[in-house]
Design a protein around this ligand. Structure first.
Ligand code: IMP
Length: 182
């Protein structure tokens, strides 16, 4: 039987740590948006697990929207220019938008998305990411909520993929080097 856990050399953030941190983020968001409501914009595919868990810890009213994007270029490098595969269903004009991302690496994707959504005239726009690699940023990004700071390493799990696999790992980890040679 093939087992995806055997492809991992190191767990960086355990499933329990992820869940505990998501609960804290949900509580912070609840406090910050008192008497408001929020449109959570989940960036697919990577943020689907994070969004699912996070929204259950937010106690102010939320709408959930999904945007599917695919980056151009090589799978482990970002150009920041993204193709929209699925756009939002509803208008965000005059609303409080919270972008939910899996990871900010170069920062190019999220800043491109922020500009794109800003043009639709929301009341406010903030960024919430499960993870962030600050040493890799190529553009200044204002991140409002961040789960974890990661080292400058390619990681998988909890939504993060390699060639569209490993999203279903309940933790964040590093792949064994031989996996990249396949
Ligand atoms: P950016 O470099 O900040 O534009 O990140 C673009 C996208 O690259 C992210 O949304 C992820 O889908 C992907 N990505 C960046 N770093 C990693 C990683 O370590 N593992 C898996 N995907 C990553």
């Amino acid at each position: 039987m093939s087992d995806i856990h055997q492809d991992i050399s190191r767990v960086l953030i355990s499933a329990d740590e992820i869940q505990a941190r998501i609960k804290v983020l949900g509580e912070e968001i609840t406090v910050d948006y008192q008497n408001e409501d929020i449109v959570l914009v989940c960036i697919l595919k990577g943020a689907f697990l994070f969004m699912a868990d996070l929204c259950r810890h937010i106690r102010v009213p939320v709408n959930t929207e999904f945007m599917a994007i695919s980056s151009y270029g090589h799978s482990t490098e970002s150009s920041g220019v993204v193709r929209i595969l699925k756009d939002l269903n509803e208008s965000i004009a005059g609303r409080n938008v919270l972008i939910i991302e899996d990871i900010v690496d170069t920062g190019l994707t999220v800043s491109y998305l922020e500009q794109l959504l800003e043009a639709r005239k929301p009341n406010s726009i903030r960024i919430c990411t499960l993870s962030n690699k600050p040493q890799c940023h190529k553009t200044p990004v204002q991140i409002d909520y961040c789960g974890f700071i990661l080292p400058q390493e390619f990681v998988v799990g909890f939504g993060l993929d390699y060639r569209d696999y490993y999203r279903n790992l309940p933790y964040i980890g590093v792949l064994k080097p031989e996996i990249y040679q396949k």
